[in-house]
Design a protein around this ligand. Structure first.
Ligand code: FMN
Length: 186
């Protein structure tokens, strides 16, 4: 898919067809995720691939988001902050969250490129999900990424204008010294 098309067509999808998802496609998306930038080139993430229906049901229940169980495959994104904290101290924790976000976005874009769909799920009971999957206490569960074929076509959500997302030269200076206009949308 063309790059702009991938960016523009990615949507959070919360309804999936029963069509089976090949794990090899999910591996391609994880491969894209692990190529995201990392502070000091220090990797911190592992991805747990879940296909077992009972485990999927349990994760959906512990997230209080029952649609998750309908995904063909669920990926749990997990961070071990230790290496980053030992290099960057307190900032290491911030870097760990940031590089998880970068990896998750790469994953979502590759999933879109493969004509699959997902949704970044951040609301769940960390403790209980970690328990049932055997994730050690010191590991952060960053996100749940259910993957499937979309059974819905949500509208493009309001994202605000480009112009309103900008300051120029200094905090809160909304006007460019020479007039600025949003580029035309396609
Ligand atoms: C950190 C984070 C946590 C999120 N958690 C959830 C979630 O728990 N459940 C859910 O349905 N969507 C969740 N989302 C998806 C957002 O609701 C979605 O990205 C937003 O509504 C914009 O829609 P779009 O992704 O289609 O552009 C989360 C997104 C982010 C970035």
């Amino acid at each position: 898919m063309n790059f702009d098309k991938v960016i523009d067509s990615r949507r959070s999808i919360r309804s999936f067809k029963t069509k089976k998802v090949k794990y090899s496609k999910v591996l391609e998306a994880i491969d894209a995720a692990r190529k995201a930038p990392t502070a000091g080139n220090t990797p911190t993430l592992v991805y747990i691939i879940i296909e077992n229906p009972q485990l999927k049901d349990k994760i959906a229940e512990l997230s209080d988001q029952h649609w998750i169980a309908d995904a063909g495959i669920i990926v749990l994104v997990c961070s071990d902050d230790h290496a980053l904290e030992s290099i960057y101290f307190d900032r290491g924790k911030t870097y760990a969250r940031q590089q998880a976000g970068a990896a998750i976005q790469n994953f979502l874009l590759k999933i879109t490129d493969l004509s699959l769909s997902s949704c970044w799920v951040g609301s769940f009971s960390d403790k209980l999900i970690k328990q049932i999957v055997g994730i050690p206490n010191h590991i952060q569960l960053e996100a749940i990424l259910p993957v499937g074929y979309a059974a819905e076509k949500p509208r493009f959500p309001k994202k605000g204008s480009l112009e309103k997302s900008l300051y120029w030269e200094k905090w809160f200076i909304r006007k460019r010294p020479t007039p600025f206009k949003d580029p035309p949308t396609k």
